[in-house]
Design a protein around this ligand. Structure first.
Ligand SMILES: [Zn+2]
Length: 231
């Protein structure tokens, strides 16, 4: 059965969180979180996870997650108030929760932010009352010049969502796959391979390696009516 992961959009449909001044423009924490969260939702779905987005009051977030019987809960925030870097909160004594928090921190730090503020314990409401391993990620400081550079474009914010997807994959020992499939443009007179599953075309490729990788995926997904044509 697919593992169920909650992506908790910090401050979404609640308050707007911190408000930053970026060159005279007011930027709300919640808007940064939404971009990161959406990318994480997409990333997790791409890896076969069942995903629920939680929002609203703290009690609502907790009851949504508990009713969903989630296996993991990750809350996304951006930080404020002086400082820089990423910190991840967890509570309780569950080793799996600590592992999740550490993986989130490590994956955010890789290539994204320089400063590790570490994993920290704090009994935030959403961490204390959720029934599954849960952590709260402060991805970076929206009011710090250096951190801001890492989150000030949509593409960069999406990279944080991908980093958290990678953390969940590592938690479950699932191989993380990067987002986009290469687009292969066959030349005018070259033949192409078409891979079909149960009559439905999955992809068209000019390179054999691509066919092998696609077919391997289908076999792993226990598809039994795979067909390859070359014309
Ligand atoms: Zn926040």
């Amino acid at each position: 059965m697919a593992k169920k992961v909650v992506v908790d959009f910090g401050h979404y449909k609640c308050d707007s969180g911190a408000v930053y001044n970026w060159n005279g423009k007011q930027i709300r924490e919640v808007d940064l979180v939404i971009d990161m969260g959406n990318a994480m939702v997409e990333g997790l779905k791409r890896h076969g996870f069942e995903v629920l987005v939680t929002y609203g009051s703290l009690a609502n977030r907790v009851s949504m997650a508990n009713n969903f019987k989630a296996d993991l809960f990750i809350s996304i925030h951006t930080n404020a108030g002086g400082g820089d870097g990423c910190e991840v909160y967890w509570t309780g004594s569950n080793k799996n929760t600590e592992k999740l928090a550490k993986l989130c921190l490590e994956n955010i730090l890789e290539d994204k932010l320089n400063n590790s503020r570490g994993v920290k314990k704090s009994a935030f409401y959403v961490l204390k009352y959720t029934n599954m391993p849960a952590c709260l990620v402060e991805t970076g400081f929206g009011d710090n010049v250096e951190d801001r550079k890492a989150i000030d474009t949509l593409k960069e914010r999406e990279a944080f969502g991908e980093a958290l997807t990678e953390a969940v994959c590592e938690y479950y020992n699932i191989k993380y796959k990067v987002e986009s499939k290469p687009v292969e443009q066959p030349t005018a007179n070259s033949k192409i391979f078409r891979v079909k599953d149960n009559g439905k075309q999955i992809g068209a490729y000019s390179r054999e390696e691509s066919v092998i990788s696609e077919v391997t995926k289908l076999i792993k997904a226990k598809k039994s009516k795979i067909e390859i044509t070359y014309s």
